[in-house]
Design a protein around this ligand. Structure first.
Ligand SMILES: Nc1nc2c(c(=O)[nH]1)N[C@H]1C(S)=C(S)[C@@H](COP(=O)(O)OP(=O)(O)OC[C@H]3O[C@@H](n4cnc5c(=O)[nH]c(N)nc54)[C@H](O)[C@@H]3O)O[C@H]1N2
Ligand SMILES: Nc1nc2c(c(=O)[nH]1)N[C@H]1C(S)=C(S)[C@@H](COP(=O)(O)OP(=O)(O)OC[C@H]3O[C@@H](n4cnc5c(=O)[nH]c(N)nc54)[C@H](O)[C@@H]3O)O[C@H]1N2
Ligand SMILES: [Mo]
Length: 744
């Protein structure tokens, strides 16, 4: 009997894995992690689950007659060579008949950690090697912010987000009032792109609260911030109205920092006219905002005064821009912080996405290298990532995006590796229909996810535990050799091998592989990283040494004061301008005003979404938010979690008043529905959610086609598939009204 234990890394952090006789049998916490959690517990069951794709599989009806009614579940298993031949021939045909412009390869998704075997990067490299593909811009996470914020604080918004915000240490040392729109969510900070080895959000909040910092969670759910924080249960989507009212108090009580506004911003006078009601006859007073956000005028006034008289940091969760008009709370939070005049002071100003993923709030020196080149894409067409349904439905039709207008491409082939659109996209019933448009869908997946079940060709991919890789996240200070722990399950192959096989058949084998195997690439990538580290004075072991050591901690803790983008800007906006047209914070943007979008004008405004409590109807009276799941990463590991007795359908959090009005009790089976669809869920009755709002986390696998109710509880059968605005075109997942009833 062979038996060993190794450490590996994942998006939810590092953990130890026990292997016995070629199988993963248990996982245990990573010793240096002060806050390890339970996500990996289910891994042994998931990796060896019956829902693994065992062999290359081709949908019988597609093979016979190019049938496009995807989701019938009837597949033929074929040997690798035959399946790769069929796929390569089909890709070649599409290229020949329609050009590479007809291939959609955005392939959005988190896939797995590991620098080399990153499925999406592998897919992009392959598609570039054969002449390119239609790509996507931004992420579901922050797509809307990625469009709006460069206009407001500058081009390097993402760098600001990840590298230049105040650390938790600085917040601890300086902040007196922490106002968290959408909370700072302990469950979300369990996860980070590429890994988070030390989970520290909880311990930091104990210290914040311990020293008497006011931590205010402005969110529909109490659990959106750690225990002990104050809670202001706003209505979802009403944050901009609340922020405007806070701004009105600052302006009318002489609390706005005029000197800062004059020196460091442009456009306050235009915005001020709107704020005071000169342009629309509606002064944005606390009395105006109270019925919109359901916060009393007195509480708004008291909060504004406190924010002006203490060191205040406003933080905004990513969730606020994942809703229709999500541009507005991001822009308005920045304007509010500018009015407070504390931007650039330690522990003051505005921050984004603390808690959204682990690593935001940590302070590290950057390290370069270890990126597997995706080559260059000769096809220049890019769609906003969350507009895939519109793209498939409306080929050739024009759409607006961030000042540009262009036609959607005419997609004939979709290739997806490392993502699960039939979990992550909005209005899944509608996506299912749009999915009949392409001639061919190819997916690489370890598991029979709802997306794999809607593909014509499915290639079984390995999981990270079946291959060797290097684990390293820019938001973490650990480096991992991720060992191959077990042999590939079934006939699974690495994405690299799958794409190498296809590239070779399409005459681009050498371009894709450069004559190397995966085993050749790992020391190559690491060697470059090690060389660059040495230039920074960081000595690392060679590849064999790293492998023997399994993991190490990098000496890259940084001094926070050197990080901030805003400190030098505040000191002298002339010599350290922001990357905006004016070099200042743009409260009014000439650029945006020039787009003439009524859904995103030249300064922040209150624009209610089409579905929120202000438009509730008898048919759909409740606002549904659909947060990230606490027990997993998106839809990953779901196959095994769903096996646990009583675990599915997913839990819907509902307020006791809303439950009582419907005769619903804890654990009852529910039907959650609206005009777009219906999902089953199980009642979680809790006064930790405000009345009128329900929460159904993402992650359940969308069911097979045919039924009129999703049996597992995926919220995306209910969500609205519209862009945030013509500017951002981001995902509007948190915009949805629903009804809830006892099932049956
Ligand atoms: N309603 C609602 N919907 C949302 C959101 C929301 O807040 N509300 N949030 C959105 C956000 S922010 C995001 S990021 C998305 C997340 O959506 P996704 O990123 O699509 O979700 P994942 O479940 O992580 O999908 C990754 C897939 O890659 C597969 N995979 C893992 N490793 C490998 C590998 O090595 N090779 C291959 N080929 N495949 C692999 C996994 O099995 C899984 O199916 O969801 C979005 N959808
Ligand atoms: N455990 C775990 N952690 C994760 C992930 C995961 O799958 N599992 N996914 C990761 C990913 S990809 C991302 S993008 C981040 C997402 O991080 P976020 O976008 O911050 O997280 P969400 O969970 O979507 O939403 C957080 C909370 O926002 C509140 N909310 C919704 N709408 C509004 C609103 O209009 N106003 C206010 N004030 N509050 C609102 C909801 O109550 C919700 O619980 O999480 C990451 N972390
Ligand atoms: Mo995300």
């Amino acid at each position: 009997m062979t038996k060993f234990t190794k450490v590996t890394s994942s998006h939810w952090g590092a953990f130890e894995v026990d292997v016995e006789d070629g199988a993963i049998v248990a996982t245990r916490p990573f010793a240096p992690d002060p806050g390890p959690h339970h996500i990996p517990d289910i891994l042994p069951q998931a990796v060896h689950h019956r829902s693994r794709v065992a062999r290359p599989s081709i949908r019988r009806a597609w093979l016979a007659s190019r049938d496009r009614n995807r989701g019938d579940g009837d597949y033929v298993e074929l040997p690798w060579d035959e399946a790769l031949d069929i796929a390569a021939t089909e890709i070649g045909r599409i290229r020949q008949e329609h050009g590479n412009e007809a291939i959609f390869g955005g392939s959005y998704g988190w896939s797995s950690a590991g620098r080399f075997h990153h499925a999406q990067s592998q897919a992009h490299r392959f598609l570039n090697a054969i002449g390119g593909y239609v790509a996507s811009f931004g992420s579901y996470s922050t797509g809307c912010a990625q469009a709006i914020m460069p206009h407001v604080i500058g081009k390097n918004f993402l760098a600001y987000l990840y590298e230049h915000q105040d650390s938790y240490q600085t917040i601890h040392d300086h902040t007196e009032t922490l106002v968290m729109f959408g909370g700072i969510n302990p469950k979300n900070s369990k996860v980070s792109m590429g890994g988070v080895s030390e989970h520290v959000t909880g311990p930091w909040f104990e210290r914040f609260l311990g020293k008497g910092m006011m931590c205010l969670n402005v969110s529909p759910q109490r659990v959106d911030a750690p225990e002990g924080c104050d809670w202001l249960p706003v209505r979802p989507a009403s944050d901009t109205a609340l922020m405007l009212a806070l701004a009105h108090v600052l302006e009318t009580e002489g609390l706005a920092d005029r000197a800062f506004l004059d020196r460091c911003t442009v456009g306050y006078p235009q915005f001020r006219r709107y704020l005071l009601g000169d342009t629309d006859g509606l002064p944005k007073t606390p009395e105006w905002a109270a019925p919109l956000c359901d916060v009393s005028p007195d509480r708004i006034r008291a909060l504004a005064r406190r924010m002006a008289s203490t060191r205040t940091l406003i933080t905004v969760a990513w969730s606020l821009q994942r809703g229709e008009h999500g541009e507005q709370p991001y822009w308005m939070a920045t304007v509010l912080a500018a009015m407070l005049g504390q931007i650039g002071l330690p522990g003051g100003g505005v921050g984004f996405g603390y808690g959204a993923i682990g690593g935001v709030g940590k302070s590290f020196r950057g390290m370069r290298g270890m990126t597997f080149s995706q080559l260059t894409n000769p096809v220049g067409t890019v769609i906003p990532v969350a507009r895939i349904g519109d793209m498939l439905r409306h080929p050739g039709e024009p759409y607006d995006f961030n000042g540009k207008r262009g036609p959607y491409p005419d997609i004939r082939l979709v290739y997806w590796a490392g993502g699960n659109p039939f979990h992550h996209h909005q209005d899944l019933n509608r996506l299912h229909e749009a999915w009949t448009k392409p001639e061919t869908v190819i997916v690489n997946e370890p598991w029979w996810t709802p997306t794999a079940k809607r593909a014509d060709i499915v290639f079984p991919a390995t999981t990270p535990y079946e291959r060797e890789d290097i684990g390293r996240s820019p938001l973490d200070d650990y480096l991992f050799h991720m060992p191959r722990l077990i042999a590939p399950v079934g006939e699974a192959r690495d994405d690299y091998a799958i794409f190498a096989g296809l590239a070779e058949r399409l005459g681009a084998g050498d371009v894709f592989t450069e004559g190397r195997t995966a085993d050749d690439w790992l020391p190559e990538l690491y060697g470059e990283y090690r060389r660059l580290a040495e230039e920074q004075g960081i000595a690392l072991p060679d590849y064999a040494g790293l492998k023997a050591q399994n993991w190490l901690k990098l000496p890259i803790q940084a001094d926070d004061s050197e990080r901030s983008l805003f400190r030098p800007f505040r000191d002298d906006p002339e010599t350290a301008p922001l990357g905006t047209p004016s070099g200042r914070i743009e409260i009014f943007s000439e650029t945006i005003a020039g787009f003439h979008y009524d859904d995103c004008p030249g300064h922040p405004v209150w624009l209610p979404p089409q579905e929120w409590l202000g438009t509730a109807t008898a048919e759909a009276p409740l606002h549904m938010v659909s947060p990230q799941p606490s027990d997993k990463l998106h839809s990953q590991l779901e196959c095994a979690l769903a096996d646990v007795e009583g675990a599915r359908p997913e839990r819907l959090v509902i307020h006791p008043d809303d439950a009582a009005a419907r005769g619903i009790r804890q654990d009852d089976l529910l039907r959650v529905y609206n005009a777009r669809g219906a999902a089953r869920a199980r009642a979680q009755v809790s006064d930790g959610i405000r009345p009128g709002v329900v929460a159904l986390p993402t992650g359940a696998w969308f069911g097979d086609p045919g039924g009129n109710i999703d049996p597992h509880g995926n919220p995306n059968v209910l969500t609205l598939d519209v862009g945030t605005s013509r500017l951002g075109q981001g995902c509007s997942a948190h915009t949805a009204l629903v009804q809830v009833a006892l099932d049956g």
